[in-house]
Design a protein around this ligand. Structure first.
Ligand SMILES: Nc1nc2c(c(=O)[nH]1)N[C@H]1C(S)=C(S)[C@@H](COP(=O)(O)O)O[C@H]1N2
Ligand SMILES: [Mo]
Length: 437
């Protein structure tokens, strides 16, 4: 099979076929950039330098330097200009990996994911109400002011990550926003434990699932339709890190992030972290709101053929998020002065319900790996920041790869596996191109 040969061999033997194999004569490729011309020479010219470890590059991997198009310009009050706009109705914008370089993701860099139209900000945030009902002993309606007064406040730094994060790495492309790794951020969330509020309402023994409702409206303008309504198993809702939140990074929760009140259910798809939350219903069955059924937030039970028609009954709801690592410095496409032989790297790694045990980096397409130094997480569901220094043997084109290992010893894969129609769970190693000289 040709895919087992190196890119260099492929290009040497049959440049045209190599281009077809590597860059694909298929429609999905345009979003990842297009290389005109043929051969390793053209590839070298396109990336602007020699590829010293080209012989080790696995077949079928497009050089990271070419695996992208320029970001769409993005302007939004309170946000930096460098976010990548993925959609404007509803508004969706991700944080490029190099802007996830802070210990705690600042609000101005935090990704945005709306499914509908946000509500008008209330004149008096403390008058916002939250109702808890369904399988509870005593339905409860509390104002935000009462929530703050009645329950013990807590602050955790936890990752909020869109269920579709990494979707753009699927091949063939999966339906939905084409997130790279930036549908995630790690912020300090202040609020009260969801468990405390549910207990105050009295959880009945039949309750097994939550359903979340908010004040945003459907894009169609139809008041009878909900933009999104997801929920989680009761055990997850009762975890100590599952919060009802009014503060983000020490400030009042911004409108765009669900202010004045939202849920933060860390480790699970952020779609469960309902923004503008005003009602939580306890159910005796799994929730069936928009975003809970069909192939929405669902992954294949039996692995399916990539691109195939989904088979009814072969899907389960996505719960704990997959393992991911990013290189936040240097940025993809960085040029370093000729003669640079040592390079400092920074990044972050996180996963869903367990934790990160290690991060390794490679500058030779995974032929050799070196361990990064990990900072301790502040609390469960925090990300782990990492640093490393690597040697570069010469001038030329390099790719820095990062690969996390979780506390069960499971690593990130080279490519996005377990293809599913709406593209959940893609967590390949992160790759950043650098050019020396
Ligand atoms: N009410 C409401 N809550 C919502 C959403 C939404 O559209 N409406 N989107 C969800 C999804 S899919 C994600 S990824 C996160 C995004 O949170 P952020 O915009 O604060 O980053 O909010 C979740 N909560
Ligand atoms: Mo999401």
């Amino acid at each position: 099979m040709t895919t087992e040969r190196s890119i260099e061999e492929l290009y040497r033997d049959d440049p045209e076929r190599a281009d077809a194999l590597v860059f694909g004569r298929r429609t999905g490729v345009s979003r990842r950039g297009f290389l005109g011309g043929t051969g390793l020479v053209a590839m070298t010219a396109a990336v602007g330098g020699a590829i010293p470890f080209a012989a080790q590059m696995p077949g079928g991997l497009i050089p990271a330097a070419m695996a992208q198009t320029g970001p769409a310009p993005f302007e939004f009050p309170g946000k930096v200009a460098g976010l990548t706009l993925l959609g404007d109705r509803p508004l969706v914008a991700e944080t490029p990996e190099h802007l996830l370089d802070d210990e705690t993701t600042p609000i101005e860099k935090f990704f945005i994911r709306n499914n509908g139209i946000p509500p008008e900000p209330p004149a008096d945030p403390d008058a916002w109400t939250l109702t808890v009902e369904g399988f509870v002993n005593e339905p409860l309606t509390l104002t935000l002011g009462e929530l703050k007064a009645r329950f013990a406040p807590v602050t955790y730094r936890t990752v909020l990550e869109c269920g579709g994060n990494g979707r753009s790495f699927f091949n063939p492309p999966a339906r939905g926003n084409q997130w790279t790794n930036g549908g995630a951020g790690c912020a300090e969330w202040t609020g009260v434990r969801l468990a405390d509020v549910l207990k105050a309402a009295g959880v009945r023994p039949e309750a097994i699932y939550t359903a979340h409702y908010g004040a945003d409206t459907h894009l169609s303008g139809d008041p009878a339709r909900l933009p999104l309504s997801r929920g989680v198993r009761l055990e997850k809702a009762m975890e100590e890190h599952s919060l009802i939140v009014w503060g983000m990074n020490g400030q009042a929760l911004p409108d765009i992030h669900g202010g004045p009140l939202r849920l933060v259910i860390p480790g699970w798809p952020a779609s469960a972290s309902h923004k503008w939350v005003d009602r939580i219903v306890l159910r005796d069955v799994e929730h069936d709101g928009p975003g809970m059924t069909g192939t929405s937030y669902r992954v294949a039970i039996r692995p399916m053929i990539p691109g195939a028609e989904p088979e009814a009954g072969n899907f389960r709801i996505l719960e704990s998020m997959p393992l991911r690592s990013i290189i936040s410095a240097p940025a993809n496409g960085t040029t370093l002065p000729g003669g640079t032989r040592r390079l400092a790297l920074r990044g972050a790694a996180w996963n869903g319900d367990t934790g990160v045990a290690a991060v390794h980096v490679s500058v030779d397409f995974g032929a050799t790996w070196q361990a990064a130094t990990l900072a301790e997480p502040r609390n469960r569901y925090d990300w782990r920041r990492w640093t490393a220094e690597v040697d570069l043997p010469s001038d030329g084109y390099f790719e820095v790869w990062s690969r996390a290992t979780d506390t069960d010893g499971v690593m990130q894969p080279h490519i996005a596996g377990n293809w599913n129609p709406q593209g959940y769970g893609a967590n390949p190693m992160h790759r950043v191109a650098v050019l020396v000289g």
